[in-house]
Design a protein around this ligand. Structure first.
Ligand SMILES: Nc1ncnc2c1ncn2[C@@H]1O[C@H](COP(=O)(O)OP(=O)(O)OP(=O)(O)O)[C@@H](O)[C@H]1O
Length: 464
């Protein structure tokens, strides 16, 4: 066993996987910190968890993953809130392997930016395995970036950069541990937001612990989620920590742009093919999420975008390692926070506007891509007056991709019920009601290529 310190907040506590055997622990005298780790892990009984989740009721239901359902649990007389992942034990089934793998890895590692394991329950009579993990009350990062349900949550740039940095820190800690861990399923739906608004990495079902030279790792088939999966990870022997770097790069592009890793309403649908050419042409601003009012300095956007583009390079060796990513994001975070007074003033100014936005019409039409000048005009004419984001109805979206791989059984790709059209886009007419008795009508179209709304026509008329 070893306790590894990668410095400050990137420290990850981890046990030696080769000597991990709960039965042997009592006979040997374990290291103090290992003792503390294992003693933290609780073994629950089924009835206790059934009671804590109101009999796994619909009111406690949090979500469904590829290997089971997740419920909110109130334990220890209300002192402990937890999430319980419930899975069915199937004879030699794949899903149970994922859960076993998750229990095994999470029982050895802990990190402040991870969704840590509290304990588990195995009930052979009911053929059920239950994982009890930290409860994250603020949904997934995917919800924060793409939620279409009101209230539309769109996190600010500062928050996005903070979340990217927190995940980079934990991935770096996993990679640089004495016995490294490769997560293999980094994606926005596996990042949960805790009560303090911090991002935490979850779902270690596909993770691998050990050195990449180990026979066990070398013989484990590739796995991951479509859209985030490293294209150079095609055979078991291709496994390196750089596959996580690729997935992190996709996540970073998603955080910058607010679009999904694969989105059929964009052309090209793959985020790499869409964003990287723009970044290479020096047009990093074109990939920014247009829904966020206050953009950080262009240098901040550029550094984020260039780092993301480097992470998704097709040659794994040319990608940076996570220590470089952490360094870059830390300095970007400092840069974006450099003018707190100015940011506060800007926020106050935008908060002062007493304009209301109503979506009054929605129809389908085709548009061409938007030039930089039009983008600037749009920024001045349209984005400036908006006080709240416009709930754009996005069509032909790929639903959230599910994890795939040797350990997973889930489906991937677009939902079959999701109609896939060709060049249709959404057109919205907006009424901006100002304090002055004038009503401005703007017709906006969503651009497929750069994913922003463009202003076609602006008319003003006196209010009756
Ligand atoms: N610790 C938690 N706290 C609160 N909600 C959670 C927690 N863990 C999971 N959830 C909710 O349950 C849903 C399902 O989670 P789960 O990890 O089983 O699957 P997934 O990661 O979304 O999908 P997949 O397993 O295919 O990758 C999540 O999307 C989230 O909404």
């Amino acid at each position: 066993m070893g306790y590894l310190s990668c410095n400050g907040e990137s420290a990850v506590s981890i046990c030696d996987p080769y000597n991990w055997n709960p039965k042997r622990r009592s006979s040997k005298s374990p290291h103090k910190k290992e003792k503390r780790l294992y003693s933290k892990l609780r073994i629950f009984n089924y009835d206790e968890l059934a009671a804590a989740t109101n009999g796994f009721s619909a009111t406690n239901f949090l979500g469904k993953g590829s290997h089971g359902r997740v419920y909110k649990a109130v334990l220890d007389g209300g002192k402990l809130l937890a999430a319980v992942k419930r899975t069915t034990i199937v004879a030699a089934g794949d899903s149970v392997n994922q859960v076993d793998n998750e229990i095994e890895i999470l029982s050895r590692i802990r990190h402040r930016w991870m969704v840590n394991l509290i304990g588990y329950c195995v009930d052979h009579r009911r053929k059920t395995k239950l994982l009890v993990v930290d409860y994250m009350p603020n949904g997934t990062l995917h919800d924060h970036l793409h939620s279409l349900n009101p209230p539309l949550i769109i996190s600010s740039w500062n928050r996005r950069i903070k979340h990217a940095l927190q995940i980079a820190i934990v991935v770096h800690a996993l990679h640089s541990a004495e016995t490294p861990v490769i997560h293999r399923d980094i994606k926005s739906s596996n990042i949960l937001i805790d009560g303090e608004g911090n991002a935490r990495l979850a779902d270690f079902g596909l993770a691998l612990i050990g050195n990449v030279e180990d026979e066990r790792l070398k013989s484990t088939p590739p796995a991951g989620t479509l859209g985030y999966l490293d294209p150079s990870y095609l055979a078991p022997a291709d496994l390196t920590a750089k596959s996580d770097v690729f997935s992190f790069g996709i996540l970073l592009l998603e955080i910058i742009s607010g679009r999904d890793a694969i989105d059929l309403s964009f052309s090209p649908p793959c985020i790499v093919d869409w964003a990287v050419p723009l970044i290479k042409r020096g047009e990093s601003a074109a990939i920014c999420d247009f829904r966020i009012r206050n953009r950080p300095k262009s240098a901040v956007i550029r550094r984020l975008a260039v780092m993301a583009a480097r992470c998704v390079r097709s040659t794994a060796e040319k990608r940076p390692d996570m220590s470089e990513v952490v360094e870059c994001l830390s300095s970007v975070r400092k840069m974006s926070q450099a003018c707190p007074v100015w940011n506060r003033l800007r926020r106050r100014r935008s908060g002062d506007r007493s304009e209301n936005v109503f979506v009054v019409e929605e129809k389908q039409s085709k548009v061409s891509s938007v030039t930089k000048e039009e983008d600037d005009v749009f920024e001045r004419r349209v984005m400036e007056p908006l006080v709240s984001p416009v709930p754009v109805r996005r069509r032909n979206r790929v639903l959230r991709s599910r994890s795939v791989g040797a350990m997973g059984r889930s489906k991937v790709g677009p939902d079959p019920n999701d109609a896939v059209g060709d060049d249709t886009v959404v057109t919205i007419r907006i009424l901006v009601e100002r304090e002055r008795p004038v009503t401005t009508t703007m017709k906006l179209s969503k651009s497929r290529s750069v994913g922003i709304l463009r202003c076609h026509k602006t008319t003003s008329r006196k209010r009756d």
